[in-house]
Design a protein around this ligand. Structure first.
Ligand SMILES: [Zn+2]
Ligand SMILES: [Zn+2]
Length: 317
């Protein structure tokens, strides 16, 4: 089969890889469509040493697996957990110490014609959710993870830093809480997209220091971090949604003095994400910028890596 292979920070398109055989408890999924995410771009830059097929945001059709899933369109949680370790046993499978992660840690990913995942990771796509929308389940779930970690109420002032792929989804999901939300970005077209949904937006010069209860960093760059940090009031909460390929230089003393809570935030609830997509309460279609066939994955990556480009999709058939 064809797939996008990452090795030594180099991408290549392979066409001679074997179709994977699902082990016990896993399903074989024909990938229909997949999305390129910043994590893929960070992996390419070396944030984590991974060799194998890249990709973790996908929608596919089950070809081998339990009867009730055959031929169904599915999306899948990316962490495959062991079920045995102390994190699994305490209900935190995304932190399983033996986990493999689709297209990220020891598990071939979704930029391929086929992938396998444990059947317990799979969710059937509701009928009124399109394939395009379903491809966004994973990043929408990741955006919703913030609300699993922090209780957000309508009287709180919440800042989102970043108007890119992740910032757009984080902003839309936070807006549903009714909080007093502001999104800071660099691109007026992307900010306009959020503004048209009733979300307050601006460039960083509108920010007053020490004025927000919660700030969510969605840029993955040190400047975004420092904007989010300085906008927080004492005892504010700083949520980090992005991985950083480089190390951050941060003023730890100010975090101590201001008693700031730092929260790392990663994978989130798939079923809630699918429900939002089915209810059409958030819009992901406006985030799709380009589509490429799998054969043109290298060009797709070049396009996705350009500054300001939103979601680039790979189509497998
Ligand atoms: Zn992702
Ligand atoms: Zn485990």
């Amino acid at each position: 089969m064809k797939a996008v292979w990452l090795e030594n920070k180099q991408l290549s398109l392979k066409d001679n890889l074997p179709i994977p055989q699902p082990p016990e408890g896993e399903a074989l999924i024909k990938v229909l469509q997949a999305g390129i995410c910043n994590t893929d771009l960070e992996l390419l830059r070396g944030y984590y040493p991974y060799t194998g097929i890249l990709g973790h945001e996908f929608v596919g059709r089950v070809e081998k697996g339990p009867e009730n899933l055959i031929n169904r369109a599915v999306v899948g949680e990316i962490n495959a957990a062991c079920g045995e370790c102390r994190f699994c046993k305490s209900g935190q499978p995304t932190h399983c110490e033996n986990r493999t992660v689709l297209g990220i840690v020891n598990r071939h990913g979704a930029f391929a014609e086929y992938l396998t995942l444990p059947t317990k990771n799979l969710y059937v796509v509701p009928e009124n959710v399109s394939l395009d929308e379903a491809t966004f389940t994973e990043p929408v779930a990741a955006a919703l993870e913030i609300q699993e970690q922090v209780k957000i109420t309508p009287n709180q002032k919440v800042l989102v830093v970043g108007d890119g792929k992740l910032g757009q989804l984080v902003a839309q999901t936070l807006a549903l809480t009714g909080c007093d939300l502001l999104v800071i970005g660099r691109h007026s077209d992307k900010l306009t997209n959020l503004e048209s949904r009733g979300i307050k937006v601006g460039f960083k010069d509108v920010l007053k220091e020490r004025s927000f209860d919660i700030a969510v960093e969605c840029t993955g760059n040190p400047e975004g971090f420092s904007i989010a940090r300085s906008a927080l009031r004492p005892r504010g909460i700083l949520v980090l949604k992005s991985t950083y390929a480089a190390n951050l230089n941060l003023d730890i003393s100010s975090i101590v003095v201001d008693e700031i809570t730092l929260i790392g935030s990663r994978c989130g609830p798939f079923q809630k994400a699918l429900n939002l997509l089915a209810q059409k309460t958030i819009d992901v279609n406006s985030l799709i910028q380009h589509r490429y066939p799998l054969e043109e994955a290298i060009s797709a990556f070049e396009s996705a890596g350009k500054r300001g480009v939103l979601k680039v999709l790979l189509e497998m058939e």
